[in-house]
Unconditional design. Structure first.
Lengths: 152, 412
């Protein structure tokens, strides 16, 4: 039994077929998936719904998913980026966020999501890789919403 | 300066309708060499001998200090000599009678040199084709622009004083005298070397992108072929290949348009054609609807959706029997700055339809992904007479609807 079983995951991906693939992979990992393919819908979900973690495609056609990342930061919901460009394609502000390389692979996805659940720290906006902020909601499945952040 | 250029008081018999006219009365100046009509009509900045030009700064001739036109002249000099575009004033014989500082920098010639040559400007800056052939004046597009129309535009290749060729964009407009008779030409010229180079880089990049996309699709296809080699996978492979081809065909349409947008009709036709080189079978398909421009993402998803409908029709529906027909009808309704596409796929003449018990890739793509991707709706109905699929796709929701709307769209 995967410890990803039953986790609620927000998947933001603007390409139909890629979103379909990502959704199937997350379902195979036992997650509950909510897919958003457009920025406005993803923002509304990120603000109002309960998620344990999220996968954000960086490039959403005409826009990028950073505003969603900022909402997730505020709500202490851990997330990873997905991109075909590699880490160099991510704005420096977000370079502490784990990056999943496209095309999607089940193994890579599972490893990164488990890392989000198990790591002691939640990365901080603007932080260097490896630096982080302790955040209890990163450890407690199901808890969402504003949480006191203790800076190490 | 906030104040507009004031017209001179009309106490003297000089009109200032062209702004460049010298106020200096002819009788106060030494006799100028009388040449083309432009100079005779007093349009040329200089009424004096050529030597009175200050060619170091390419100014209009100095006017009497304190005159009403002195200020006007100073402003004009400031405008002309600080303009980054080269400006040439030509007489009716195509001789250059004035050029600004940008024009001197562009051509490598000073105004003094050009005036001293006493020949059409063409013979100084435009005398040779880039391939080395002589370029006679009568073949020159700029010369032909003279003297009929305002703001005649074009591109040419000029020859610099040092012998190198450079591409330019020009705008030529006639200058008229008080009687509306054309007495000269004003020509603006820009060096477009950088634009040309940028356009060429863009073209190479687009070609490279097209090439790589195609190669990547072919590679994926090959990997799939190697992976699904066993006999039992043959059906799956055929379906997979057909989907890859549908995707590839849509990319053909997009490639033809440089990935900017795709024509709705050509997307529909290429999606429903049996293969890339074949025409759509008009005996079986009835396509009715206006053309419009589609965002590349809409084009790809719509083409894949139509491919799935067609595959399903060929296997179970109207296209599985010779007498079956498919009508694809669509309308465009203006909404806000864009349009909404309402498209209906209606099958008739096929075997009696029953609703499938299991939903596959096609219905998932159409009924779930397509509305989510474009904020539209999609319904597939299964009446006994034939499958009916109804799509509503707002073509504005990506903030992008073809090239035209992109340019006029509000920044987000």
């Amino acid at each position: 039994m995967s410890d990803l079983e039953g986790r609620r995951v927000l998947l933001v991906e603007d390409e139909s077929l890629v979103a379909m693939l990502g959704e199937d992979m997350l379902l195979d990992l036992g997650c509950e998936v909510t897919v958003a393919m457009r920025l406005e819908k993803a923002l509304a979900l990120a603000r109002n719904e309960a998620f344990d973690m999220a996968i954000l495609d960086v490039n959403l056609g005409e826009t990028v998913s950073y505003p969603i990342a900022d909402v997730l930061f505020e709500r202490c919901i851990p997330f990873i980026f997905a991109t075909g460009y590699g880490t160099s394609g991510i704005a420096p502000t977000y370079n502490a966020i784990p990056v999943m390389q496209k095309p999607y692979q089940l193994g890579q996805m599972a490893t990164l999501l488990k890392h989000l659940l198990n790591c002691e720290t939640l990365v901080r906006k603007g932080g260097a890789p490896g630096t982080g902020v302790s955040c209890t909601c990163a450890l407690t499945p199901g808890r969402t919403g504003p949480t006191a952040i203790r800076i190490d | 300066m906030p104040g507009a250029v004031r017209p001179a008081p009309s106490t003297r018999n000089h009109s200032v309708d062209h702004g460049l006219r010298s106020e200096s009365p002819i009788d106060e100046m030494p006799g100028p060499p009388r040449r083309g009509a432009l100079e005779n009509a007093s349009l040329v900045p200089s009424r004096g001998p050529i030597a009175s030009y200050d060619t170091a700064t390419t100014t209009l001739p100095t006017l009497r200090r304190g005159s009403q036109l002195h200020e006007t002249e100073r402003r004009l000099n400031a405008v002309l000599n600080n303009a980054s575009v080269a400006i040439f004033l030509m007489d009716d014989r195509q001789h250059c009678v004035y050029m600004n500082r940008a024009a001197e920098l562009l051509t490598g010639f000073s105004l003094t040199e050009v005036l001293a040559r006493d020949c059409p400007l063409h013979d100084i800056v435009h005398h040779t084709y880039p391939d080395g052939r002589p370029f006679p004046l009568h073949e020159c597009a700029i010369d032909r622009a003279f003297p009929e129309n305002n703001q005649e535009r074009g591109e040419e290749v000029f020859v610099h004083k040092d012998g190198h060729f450079y591409p330019v964009g020009f705008t030529a407009s006639p200058i008229r005298d008080d009687g509306a008779k054309i007495i000269g030409t004003i020509i603006e010229v820009r060096d477009i070397t950088e634009e040309k180079a940028a356009a060429e880089r863009q073209r190479l990049l687009t070609n490279e992108l097209n090439h790589r996309v195609k190669n990547t699709l072919a590679t994926v296809q090959s990997i799939a072929a190697q992976t699904f080699r066993s006999r039992t996978d043959q059906v799956a492979r055929a379906v997979f290949d057909a989907r890859m081809v549908a995707l590839s065909n849509t990319h053909n349409v997009l490639t033809a348009e440089n990935w900017e947008s795709a024509g709705l009709r050509s997307v529909v036709e290429s999606a429903l054609a049996p293969h890339a080189l074949a025409e759509i079978d008009t005996a079986r398909f009835d396509l009715v609807g206006p053309d419009t421009r589609l965002h590349p993402k809409v084009a790809v998803t719509l083409a894949l959706a139509l491919h799935e409908l067609m595959t399903n029709a060929a296997k179970y529906g109207a296209l599985s029997v010779p007498e079956g027909r498919v009508a694809v009808h669509w309308t465009l309704t203006r909404i806000g700055a864009g349009e909404q596409l309402d498209m209906t796929w209606t099958e008739t003449g096929g075997p009696a339809v029953t609703e499938p018990t299991r939903r596959g890739f096609g219905s998932r793509l159409i009924e779930r992904q397509l509305p989510m991707e474009f904020d539209g709706t999609a319904v597939i109905a299964y009446p006994p007479t034939g499958v009916v699929c109804t799509l509503k796709i707002p073509l504005t929701t990506l903030g992008w609807h073809g090239r035209d709307v992109v340019l006029g769209r509000d920044a987000r």
